[in-house]
Design a protein around this ligand. Structure first.
Ligand code: DGL
Length: 268
């Protein structure tokens, strides 16, 4: 069976792994939780960290395809990651294009990390695919923490959800939003909370299905069911580390890959 390495700063990539459930693939997952949240890191830091870490993990796990299941990393470091590894690399693109195709009102909400909302990559996507639309952007790091808390088995911070909803729908022209593009892989994990807190019914789009299609194309894997294998963390495994969320998805081997040992894997 072909092997994929799914990478994110934390649990966000699990929303992408969930979308890949119908593929005949073995998945190893790596979370750079020592550096979470990526949305608060500088572009330069991520362009150095992500290729070095992903190349070290890929050399040890030998995937057939690497999935950078993190918008914050993909929008700044994808070319650098591709240059650092021999495997094909699939990145996440904020779903601006499908949101622009879907909006009837011409007003799209964009919910991402603070880093992703201000990226030139995002400006370029909007200019190319949503030039006729008005995009209301809101960046949240608190929502990343809320998703981590939810997957750790706790209650997600309702304040973070309310703040994000207000940031979109109470912004100028926010009352016209009919589609929200979720451009952080942590946020589909809070889809239910976001839908419930929204002032009315709108469409919520994420990139999970598009990535799964691309992974199938690139890896040549067929349809089937995903086999979850190893979950790797750069930081300590603590209760807040959502081990249960990984076990529920079938991950059975846990490993650590700390920076201090050049990201060498050891069982956890
Ligand atoms: N899951 C990541 C993304 O898609 C980022 C979360 C973080 O800030 O670390 O952008």
């Amino acid at each position: 069976m072909k092997r994929a390495l799914v990478f994110d700063s934390g649990v966000g990539g699990l929303s992408v792994a969930d979308a890949m459930a119908g593929l005949a693939l073995t998945i190893d997952y790596a979370a750079d939780n020592a550096w979470l949240p990526y949305g608060a890191k500088s572009d330069a830091e991520l362009r150095t960290r992500c290729p070095a870490l992903i190349a070290a993990l890929a050399a040890q796990l030998s995937p057939d395809v690497i999935v950078v299941a993190c918008n914050t990393a993909s929008t700044i470091a994808l070319d650098a990651v591709r240059a650092a590894v021999p495997q094909p690399v699939v990145g996440v693109v904020p779903p601006i294009k499908p949101a622009a195709a879907m909006t009837g009102s011409g007003v799209i909400g964009l919910l991402a990390t603070p880093a992703t909302v201000r990226r030139a990559y995002t400006d370029d996507l909007i200019a190319r695919f949503a030039a006729d639309a008005h995009v209301v952007r809101f960046g949240s790091t608190a929502l990343v923490a809320a998703a981590e808390a939810k997957l750790a088995g706790g209650a997600p911070d309702a304040g973070a959800v309310a703040e994000a909803i207000a940031g979109l729908f109470l912004a100028p022209r926010g009352e016209e939003i009919d589609v929200v593009a979720l451009a952080c892989t942590h946020f589909p994990l809070l889809a239910e909370e976001l839908r419930t807190a929204a002032p009315r019914k709108v469409a919520w789009l994420d990139s999970g299905a598009a990535i799964a299609r691309r992974v199938a194309e690139v890896s040549g894997c067929g349809a089937g069911s995903v086999q979850a294998a190893r979950a790797v963390f750069t930081g300590p495994l603590t209760a807040a580390l959502q081990r249960n969320a990984f076990e529920r998805r079938g991950f059975s081997h846990f490993a650590q890959a700390p920076e201090g040992t050049a990201f060498t894997l050891s069982s956890a």
